[in-house]
Design a protein around this ligand. Structure first.
Ligand code: SAM
Ligand code: SF4
Ligand code: SF4
Length: 332
């Protein structure tokens, strides 16, 4: 347990800091400082670290990035992690662009769940938002994931006022049509979101209002999963959706997650400015016992509550000098 009695249970593993989109809420800048390739952990190194985390209680692993499907031979890593019996839930968060070509391999490798980030259903808007014209590929990826056998697909949408807040109902309908559940995420002021303004945050309350007005009745909250970031709601016809209200209702008190970057830096909070260099220790020859002791003691002294405190926002210059502060490096 950490200092706020939160167990270490969920690990987000970023496998690359590269991305094939340029979402304006995540990577709006023209230039980026990338992690040196030689620093990026091999699959064996990642699997070893994950094994140490699972020995300490982690049972949920989510692979992310940048865009995780850009990592060469990505399904091989999935297969290795699937071989770790202590991982009960092995998921990936992807922008879906390359999913059509990899869905089958990911299913065969033992991936349990997929979350696809999709912010709009309109091609022109997708192009404006991501600087790429690939919405068709995302739709194709979702279809192929279903054909490959994945059920319980989740769709993550960052809702921004004046950008896509008019698509809340369309996204609920689309999710239903592909047997998925959409989760609306409030636009966060995380590192990387250099264009963020408070005025653009479309809040949980506002989303619920749009939904209630459209359906003529408020969405009912479903049973609360106390450790999950999303609150889930049910519509009169039984359709469910989620809202992740990081900005207006932070859930730090129940946060059991931490983040491992592609180059082996471990962060205890999305907002943390510093992390623990596990790659350095690993490559210096640390034993499993030494790494276990380091991770356990670091977690025990954790008291992070980044979204609640919102201290010292990250400036663009800080991102240039330390790319680990970027959302696309930290994995969201
Ligand atoms: N590229 C993959 C994707 O987009 O799904 C995985 C990495 S991405 C950093 C993970 C998640 O972070 C995405 O769902 C994305 O929408 C979310 N994200 C990035 N910047 C955000 C921001 N400023 N506010 C809220 N969510 C954000
Ligand atoms: Fe968009 Fe994900 Fe790439 Fe960020 S990492 S730019 S959210 S696709
Ligand atoms: Fe957890 Fe930090 Fe996010 Fe709070 S801000 S929920 S402590 S990662």
């Amino acid at each position: 347990m950490d200092k706020l009695q939160r167990p270490v249970r969920s690990l987000r593993v970023s496998v690359t800091d590269r991305c094939n989109l340029r979402c304006q809420y995540c990577m709006p800048e023209a230039e980026y400082v990338w992690l040196p390739k030689s620093d990026v952990l091999s699959f064996e190194e990642t699997a070893r670290l994950v094994r140490i985390f699972t020995s300490l209680g982690v049972d949920k692993v989510r692979l992310t990035g940048g865009e995780p499907l850009l990592r060469k031979d990505f399904p091989d890593l999935v297969r290795m992690l699937h071989g770790n019996e202590q991982v009960k839930d092995l998921a990936v968060t992807t922008n879906g662009v390359l999913l059509a070509t990899q869905a089958k391999a990911l299913w065969e490798a033992g991936l349990s769940r997929i979350t696809v980030s999709i912010d709009t259903l309109r091609p022109e808007r997708f192009r404006e938002l991501s600087q790429r014209d690939q919405l068709k590929d995302v739709f194709g990826g979702i279809d192929q994931a279903r054909s490959a056998g994945f059920t319980g697909l989740k769709l993550d949408t960052v809702v921004m006022r004046g950008v896509n807040d008019d698509e809340v109902i369309d996204l609920i309908d689309y999710a239903k049509s592909v047997s998925a559940e959409v989760r609306f995420i409030e636009y966060m002021d995380v590192g990387g979101a250099t264009r963020w303004t408070a005025a653009q945050v479309f809040s949980r309350e506002e989303i619920l209002k749009v939904v209630a007005e459209h359906f003529g009745a408020p969405a009912e909250p479903t049973d609360l999963e106390s450790w999950a970031p999303a609150r889930r709601y049910r519509l009169p016809d039984g359709t469910t959706f989620g809202i992740i209200a990081t900005m207006t209702a932070p859930f730090c008190r129940t946060c059991d997650r931490s983040r491992l970057t592609a180059d082996g830096m471990w962060y205890l909070c999305l907002y943390a400015k510093t992390g623990t260099d596990l790659r350095g220790k690993l490559r210096e020859g640390a034993t499993d016992e030494e790494l276990t002791a380091l991770i356990a003691s670091t977690w025990q002294s954790r008291e992070d509550r980044g979204a609640e405190l919102r201290r010292d926002p990250i400036q663009v210059e800080m991102l240039r000098s330390d790319p680990h502060l970027e959302m696309h490096t930290r994995g969201g």
